[in-house]
Design a protein around this ligand. Structure first.
Ligand SMILES: Cc1cc2nc3c(=O)[nH]c(=O)nc-3n(C[C@H](O)[C@H](O)[C@H](O)COP(=O)(O)OP(=O)(O)OC[C@H]3O[C@@H](n4cnc5c(N)ncnc54)[C@H](O)[C@@H]3O)c2cc1C
Length: 370
């Protein structure tokens, strides 16, 4: 073991301590690298901490098989993380299943046709009466729903904390309040300018979430922020909580704390404009009031917002940065980064070690070069 310090002479600098960057740093350290993980903010993982933590692939991914395969692998890696990192005091997630109501027969048929290649993905079909038995406080589903009992909701802030602690135990040096100010890169390595001076490393991994599009010293990446607003409700009694993640464009989920309800999330192309806003909160509250009459008396105990890193084709950017042989990009995870962040960490660590994971052909940042 070299006596060089990871803080001053790391092998790899990882920029961004969300689920993606922290998982990457952990995997690299497990592979023997000296790793410096930096985050601009005091609390690492700005996007990750804002997430609802729905730990199941979105049905939207049925239209993009490589993304669905990626998300399903992510789900497995996430399950291993949660199993390893949870403690009785901090369970990190709650198992609850997912219910996907459909409005009419045409929508049900469309969904079933899309899922035909993935038997079991949607779970089983249930009639409106069965939906009412599964979710007694929800307004009766007009047509029916698919129900999959195998989904979990992750306590996203607690998961980030547990990942950071694990990365530290693996030997990663974690620095918060430490923005990347500028970067020079050449064929042999990178020099990152940090608030207390330059740090040289062999490789830099850019995992700065929604902020990855415009980092100093790097070419602009086609990643844009999409704001998401969320609510937390405390119902008058526990039996008013949904029992499943009830998904749709907007969703409700029983929070892993066993008491509250998560309501999310808006999708707004408003740049980095902060929230929450009256309009966003109203949209979420109207969804609750319309579909969950018993929750009209629930208290709103929290509202917050975050930024998803979104790409034009909906796929993340994972791989070498064209023109910068020592920079690897890992961003653009949209609304699925809690689910897929840890798997991304495995892929990036393999890439830095000189392997070429086949899956990455679908996520090559070079596809956006034009
Ligand atoms: C409202 C909302 C709900 C969501 N719900 C879900 C969900 O249910 N399930 C799911 O799977 N995903 C969900 N997501 C998406 C998920 O949160 C993201 O995909 C994921 O957190 C991205 O992780 P990341 O590590 O790429 O980015 P982040 O967690 O944002 O981490 C990037 C970090 O980089 C840091 N940084 C930026 N610039 C610099 C710099 N110059 N120097 C140093 N550090 C820098 C930032 O401070 C930040 O902490 C949701 C997102 C939002 C906003």
């Amino acid at each position: 073991m070299s006596d060089k310090s990871a803080a001053r002479q790391p092998d790899v600098i990882v920029v961004g301590a969300g689920v993606v960057g922290t998982s990457t740093a952990r995997e690299l350290a497990h592979a023997g690298a000296r790793v410096l993980l930096i985050d601009r903010d005091q609390a690492p993982g700005a996007g990750s901490r804002a997430a609802a933590g729905v730990g199941v692939p979105s049905v939207r991914l049925l239209q993009d098989p490589p993304m669905l395969a990626f998300a399903l692998r992510g789900q497995q890696t996430l399950a291993k993380d949660l199993h390893r990192l949870a403690t009785p005091e901090r369970p990190l997630s709650g198992a609850c299943g997912v219910l996907r109501p459909v409005a009419d027969q045409a929508a049900a048929d469309r969904l079933a046709a899309l899922a035909a290649e993935h038997p079991g993905f949607l779970g089983s079909w249930v009639s409106p009466d069965e939906v009412a038995a599964l979710e007694p406080t929800m307004r009766k589903a007009a047509h029916g729903a698919y129900v999959d009992p195998g989904a979990t909701v992750v306590d996203a802030p607690a998961y980030v904390e547990a990942l950071v602690a694990e990365a530290r135990r693996a030997g990663v040096t974690v620095r918060t309040d430490c923005p990347l100010l500028s970067l020079r890169s050449d064929d042999r390595g990178v020099t990152a300018e940090l608030p207390d001076g330059p740090v040289r490393a062999d490789t830099l991994v850019l995992a700065a979430g929604a902020w990855s599009g415009a980092l100093p010293g790097l070419p602009a990446l086609p990643v844009r922020p999409v704001r998401g607003q969320m609510l937390r409700l405390a119902p008058e009694s526990a039996d008013q909580r949904p029992r499943h993640i009830v998904s749709g464009p907007l969703y409700l989920a029983p929070a892993p704390d066993g008491r509250t309800v998560l309501v999310g999330a808006t999708e707004e192309d408003t740049g980095f404009t902060p929230g929450p806003t009256v309009e966003g909160t109203l949209m979420l509250l109207a969804h609750v009031a319309r579909n969950w009459p018993a929750l009209r008396t629930a208290r709103v105990v929290d509202t917050w917002y975050g930024f998803r890193a979104t790409t034009e084709d909906g796929r993340p950017l994972i791989g070498g940065l064209p023109g910068h042989p020592r920079v690897v990009v890992a961003t653009g995870h949209g609304g699925q980064g809690i689910l897929t962040g840890s798997h991304t960490g495995e892929l990036v660590a393999a890439l830095v070690a000189g392997e070429q994971p086949g899956e990455l052909v679908h996520f090559d940042p070079a596809r956006t070069a034009s």
